[in-house]
Design a protein around this ligand. Structure first.
Ligand code: ZN
Length: 348
């Protein structure tokens, strides 16, 4: 039987939402991950340390007591509203770990985002000084750019010039989704990237070929099979620049199945099984710990967890949950229940 033990994973990109949705989803992340880089795109977005601290407390207040070592860390939302002294205090206190740039209009609650990366040079200078990373949602929102080319276009038009002018700024390209993105990361020493379970395990034919699947709709959109192949090669190849960030992003089915589907895949429940399945198929399970547990830790300057998690390739004939229901009665579909039937996860 194939089985592998890894240091407890970190999730370097997750949406925990707020209120009843937060209560419903936080346990999935807290029981499977140590660090969780919590995204700030609430409405309104988190732009001050006081708001980040209050959100951090709301998260811990509803996190399950049996989570082995759950450590949420907060990213501020890149905005003119960020006060540089406030940011400095937040980083020194250990509550703020990064700043997240959203292009305005690119994804859920991004209306307050920037129109150009170049608008925040003073902020970046402070971030270099503080040693924190800029997390980038890399998507060109120019409506003339094809939806499947938006990541490449943003990297070329916006991130490349920024990297050239500020080579000391450490950048994470979040949820890298294309071969062009992988190439960009490899070509820039200051850039690393998170990769999601769903971009590793699916391509746009899965999204569109047999009826449109709103549960696979996310931003940046899942791209071609050639892009997927390059993502898999980057994740399984042991390159320390690539690591797991689930981008787990719950939406109620009422918002997913309407005429305009919300972007986001909720994968906190079975994302690890999905990733393990991809690595297993590649014959690269020996690289799994690097991707889930050590590469990201090194990029963010922390030691890998001393807790361990065991994944075993063993089928179950149990019926696994396919959705959760919040206290408000909203249903959220759990991504990866197919892969999850092939893996057993245990925590030691
Ligand atoms: Zn995200």
């Amino acid at each position: 039987m194939t089985s592998i033990e890894i240091p407890f994973p970190d999730d370097w990109h997750v949406h925990l939402r707020d209120g009843e949705m937060l209560e419903a989803v936080v346990g999935y992340t807290a029981r499977r991950f140590r660090y969780a880089m919590v995204m700030p795109n609430l409405a309104p977005p988190i732009t001050s340390v006081a708001d980040a601290r209050a959100y951090h407390q709301r998260i811990l207040a509803v996190a399950p007591a049996d989570a082995p070592d759950f450590r949420p860390v907060m990213a501020l939302y890149c905005s003119p509203a960020i006060d540089l002294d406030d940011l400095r205090r937040g980083v020194e206190e250990g509550i703020i770990a990064a700043v997240k740039y959203y292009p305005a209009g690119a994804t859920t609650n991004s209306d307050a985002g920037g129109t150009s990366l170049a608008d925040f040079m003073n902020l970046y200078e402070t971030m270099i000084d503080l040693g924190i990373r800029l997390l980038v949602h890399a998507e060109d929102t120019d409506p003339t750019v094809d939806i499947f080319a938006r990541e490449a276009s943003f990297l070329d038009r916006q991130l490349a010039p920024l990297c050239a002018s500020l080579p000391e700024l450490a950048v994470t390209v979040e949820h890298v989704s294309t071969g062009a993105g992988v190439d960009f990361v490899s070509a820039h020493p200051q850039v690393a990237a998170s990769i999601t379970p769903h971009h590793l395990a699916r391509d746009r034919s899965d999204l569109l070929a047999n009826g449109m699947k709103p549960d696979l709709y996310c931003k940046p959109v899942i791209n071609s099979s050639a892009d997927q192949a390059q993502l898999i090669a980057a994740a399984t190849g042991g390159d320390p620049k690539f690591f797991l960030g689930t981008d787990s992003a719950p939406h109620p089915t009422a918002a997913k199945y309407g005429p305009v589907a919300k972007a986001g895949v909720f994968n906190a429940a079975y994302g690890l099984e999905v990733v393990a399945d991809v690595f297993h198929q590649e014959g690269s399970l020996d690289q799994l710990a690097a991707f889930t547990s050590t590469n990201g830790a090194a990029v963010y300057g922390v030691e890998p967890s001393e807790h361990r998690l065991m994944l075993t390739a063993e089928s179950t004939d149990q019926d696994l949950a396919t959705h959760l229901t919040t206290a408000a009665g909203d249903e959220v579909v759990l991504f990866g229940d197919d892969e999850a039937t092939r893996w057993q996860v245990s925590v030691s």
